[in-house]
Design a protein around this ligand. Sequence first.
Ligand SMILES: [Zn+2]
Length: 412
Amino acid sequence: MKLRFLGGAREIGRSSVAVDDGRLLLDYGLEAETPTRYPVGRHRPEAVVLSHGHLDHVGAVPRLMDSLPDVHASATTHELTRLLADDTLKIKKCGRWPFNHEDVLRLSQTACVHGMEEFTAAGYTVELHRAGHIPGSASIVVDDGDTRLLYTGDVNTRDTRLVERAEEPPSADAVVVESTYLGHEHPPRKQVEEGFARSVRETLYEGGDVVVPVFAIGRTQEILMVLYEHDVPCYVDGMGRRVTRLFRQHPDDLRNPDALKRAWNHAQEVNPGERDRVLGQGKAVVTTSGMMTGGPVGYYARRIHSHPTNKLCLTGYQVAGTPGREAYERKRAEIDGDMLPFSAQVELHDFSAHADDSGLKQYVERAVEAGAEQVYTVHGDEHECHEFAGWIERELGVEARAPEVGEEVEVG
Ligand SMILES: [Zn+2]
C-alpha cells in the first residue's frame, strides 16, 4: 500500500492522505488562513473517508465533487461537513472560491453513512473506531487484503463530558498518528474545570462580565456542560447553538445525552438582536469563535475590554497571530480592524480535546504492541512531528518518520 501525504504533515491544517493512486482519500481539510490552503495536487477519488467534522479535516471535501466520490463518514461527521461547507460559502461569497452551491448539494447525494462498523470503499475494507475527540469522530482502518493501515485522525485518550475517550488502537501494520500536543501535558480535567468555574464565578460576583470564546464544534457544548455542573449561569451565542442541536439529534455519539440536554436548557440562547441586553446580567457569555477570529465574540470583546473587573476566559489552543493569542500574550487584540487594548483580565483554560504527550505515547505504544511496525507522525508543528518520530524509533524500536507534504511512502 502506498500513501501520499497531501497536507497536515509537519503542520496543522488541510489534513489529507491519499491511498495508492489516490482513488481513496482519508480526510480532505482546508486551512482557513489567508490565503486559504488546500491539500496538494488535483484528485478524482472513487471514495473519501472522513475522520471527523472539523474544518481542517473536511473543509475542502466539496472540491472533490467533480468525480462524485462516495463520501463515507458517521452521520454526525456528514452533517458537520455540510454545515461547514455552507458556512464557508457564506463567508467567502465575495471573491473567487473553488467550490459552489452545487458542490455542496452533491455532498448530500454522495453521502454514505456509517456507524462504527466495517464497510467497503474504493475496493478497500474500511473500519471506523471511536476516537474520543468530538461527537462522531473516528479513527480509520484501511485494509487492502495485504496491509492494514490505521489513520488516527484527531484522538483523545481521556473522557470529556461530551464524548467518551478513544477506543484502544486496533491492530494494524502501519499507523499515521497525530502529534498536536507532543511535549505538553494537560492538567487533570477536574482541576481545569474547577479553576475555570471558580474564576468565572468570582468575576460575576464582583459585578464584572465574563466572555468565554469557544469553538462551535465540541468546545461550546463541553463548556456549557461544565458551567451547568458547577451551577454557573450563562448565555450561549454563535454557531455553537446550531451545532448543539445537531449533536442532540445523534445521542449515540454523546457520552451522556441527558447531561447535554440539561446543560442546553440551563443556558440562555442569545439571538443577534438581543446582544446588547445580555451583559451586566451576572451571567457568563459563551460564544464563537474560539480564537476570536470571527463570530459574535468581537461584539462582546468591544464591550468588555476596557474594564479591569471584566474577564475574557479563552478555552483552548490559540494559534500565533490570532486575536485570542494577542489578547492573552500582549493584552491587546485587533477586532474588525480596530486595535482594542485589554484592561480586562485575560485567562487561558486548557480544555483540549486532543491526547497530551503521555496519551499520544501510550497510544502508539499500544498500537505497536498490537502489531504496528511503521509509524508516521503528522498533524503537529515540524518540531513536534520530528520529536515524536524520534521518540518512537528510540523507545519502541519500530520505523517512524515525520513525512512532509507531498511525500509518498510505501507501507506494509
Ligand atoms: Zn479536530
